[in-house]
Design a protein around this ligand. Structure first.
Ligand code: NAD
Length: 506
């Protein structure tokens, strides 16, 4: 990555990207980027100043004047090149990601790959950014619509998918003709910056993609900036709600994908081995730090007897550093996350849930300082308990019992979150019933983490989302463009009308 070593600290610094150049911030406020398996400081990230945010937006505003008129094929070809560069650098990108975020190397490649799919989708923009045309809507009159870019758009991203989520945003914003200012997570911005370097190498012109780093102050500056037209946010419900309210008040178009508490229903007729494997992977993979992680399993009828099988399955997972082969569960991203997750496990015990598997204090030889929590299973969990009400964002699975599918659906629909849900069953009728009646935006049928591929859109719902339109797919083309509808009539000598028409008719 484009980082230098300053004599004073001997630690690399992460750069800002403004006007096509990677520049050192002039800020006095820096934060360490820490390897969560070792506590090694990998680099320092600046919290940009107001002047630097203004400079990034000004550069994007200037670049928009020409970028908005760049041919759609020329825009698409940059993303064709970009997808090739990402493929060629997959191993390097995954290694950076694992070092700063903690997830296993294969999972880090998955993180990059799910973003790469959106880049491929962006390369097909010629088939997506299409208007409509109606011939002869009145005598000699045609109506057609065009989807025009908005101007400067901004993206604010979370720590848990530092490759995929930035790639949800800037490729689709830029390929539709906008320019962009990205604010990556301050916890793991290095892989995001490497992806930005490759984007410039692919041909994104200076000023079209800019990056500022920081926390609350920079996010607020983005929400308030008069020259930013739209904001895409992914992160916690608390911050997303703040961003939505503040940026909407400032007149911007905003989409916020936020926190979750994803439930999976396990019917007694489900294929047991397949279901146990799916639940363990979805609850404990990425150490539970996925917005689509399954954090609650609702065991219906005789499936309530599967608790010990689930515990045995969870015990087969290996906890360790993400760089090591054969590891299933890496460390939590930070010491603060470790304290929050272990604190919630304590609360679960105090609230009366049964700690069926305690993942605290796993032994990870060679990584004694890492933020490790192993797979943890709570049985007899009830609404009202902190571990049920809060998003734990750690490798903790809560088990709830239900007598039948009606009770299970009622429980899920009563939870405020609506990001993802799944059912495990061999009954088509039960699956159809679930799909029809469940009030959650993304539904899996024997699929534990139903994140849509990019020809569809990410469609979390209720408290997990603010704004109408989701990331990628067809929806985001509408989010990043203004529909302009043209009604046109051309006269020649034979069609010239005589007299004034004072009615509303065409
Ligand atoms: P976060 O909300 O703490 O941070 C997200 C972004 O907001 C970061 O860029 C951060 O710098 C910024 N930020 C943090 N505090 C802020 C404040 N007080 N004011 C303004 N900006 C602030 O989220 P996180 O911990 O990085 O990510 C985990 C959360 O993201 C989880 O809740 C998870 O469910 C959610 N998430 C949701 C989706 C989805 O698609 N629904 C996807 C991934 C993650």
């Amino acid at each position: 990555m484009d980082a230098t070593t300053t004599p004073a600290t001997k630690v690399a610094t992460v750069k800002l990207l403004i006007g096509g150049k990677f520049v050192e911030s002039k800020t006095t406020e820096w934060r360490d980027i820490v390897n969560p398996a070792t506590q090694e400081v990998l680099a320092k990230v600046p919290f940009a100043t107001q002047d630097e945010v203004d400079a990034a937006v000004a550069s994007a505003k200037e670049a928009f004047k020409t970028w908005r008129k760049t041919a759609i094929g020329a825009r698409a070809r940059i993303f064709l090149k970009y997808q090739q560069l990402i493929r060629e650098h997959m191993g390097e990108l995954a290694a950076i990601l694992t070092a700063e975020q903690g997830k296993t190397l294969p999972d880090a490649e998955g993180d990059v790959f799910r973003g790469l799919e959106v880049v491929e989708h962006a390369a097909g923009i010629g088939n997506l950014q299409l208007g409509e045309f109606a011939n002869n809507v009145a005598g000699g009159v045609d109506t057609y619509s065009v989807l025009q870019p908005l101007g400067v758009c901004a993206g604010i991203t979370p720590f848990n998918f530092p490759a995929m989520i930035p790639l949800w945003m800037f490729p689709m914003a830029i390929v539709t003709g906008n320019t962009f200012v990205l604010k990556p997570s301050e916890q793991d911005p290095m892989v995001t910056m490497r992806l930005c370097e490759l984007a410039l190498e692919a041909g994104i012109p200076p000023g079209v993609l800019n990056v500022v780093h920081g926390g609350e102050a920079v996010v607020n500056a983005i929400c308030d900036h008069k020259d930013i037209k739209a904001i895409s946010f992914v992160g916690s419900t608390k911050v997303g709600t703040h961003v939505y309210n503040r940026a909407s008040l400032a007149g911007k178009r905003v989409q916020c994908m936020m926190g979750a508490k994803n439930h999976a229903i396990v019917m007694p007729d489900a294929n047991k081995e397949q279901t146990l494997n799916a639940l363990a992977g979805a609850a404990f993979g990425a150490a539970g730090q996925r917005c689509m992680a399954v954090s609650v399993a609702v065991l219906v009828g005789d499936a309530r007897n599967w608790v010990s099988d689930l515990v045995e399955k969870a015990k087969t997972l290996k906890v360790g550093a993400g760089v090591d082969k054969g590891v299933d569960v890496g460390p939590l991203v930070s010491c603060a996350a470790f304290d929050r997750v272990t604190g919630l496990i304590e609360r679960g015990v105090a609230d009366g849930a049964t700690l069926a598997l305690d993942g605290r204090k796993p032994t990870v030889p060679g990584y004694e300082k890492g933020n490790f929590v192993g797979p943890t299973v709570f049985a007899d969990v009830k609404p009202g308990m902190s571990i049920y009400e809060q998003e734990i964002f750690g490798p903790v699975l809560c088990l709830v019992g239900a007598d039948n599918i009606d009770d299970a659906i009622e429980l899920i629909n009563a939870n405020p979150n609506g990001n993802g849900t799944a059912i495990f069953t061999q009954s088509g009728a039960a699956a159809r019933r679930f799909q029809e009646d469940i009030d959650v935006g993304q539904v899996g049928i024997n699929v534990p983490i139903p994140v849509p591929v990019p020809m569809f859109s990410f469609t979390g719902s209720r408290a997990s989302k603010l704004g109408d339109l989701g990331p990628y797919g067809k929806q985001v083309v509408l989010f990043y463009t203004q529909t302009k509808t043209v009604t046109s009539r051309w006269f020649d000598d034979s069609t010239v009308s005589h007299g004034v028409n004072t009615t509303i008719a065409l």
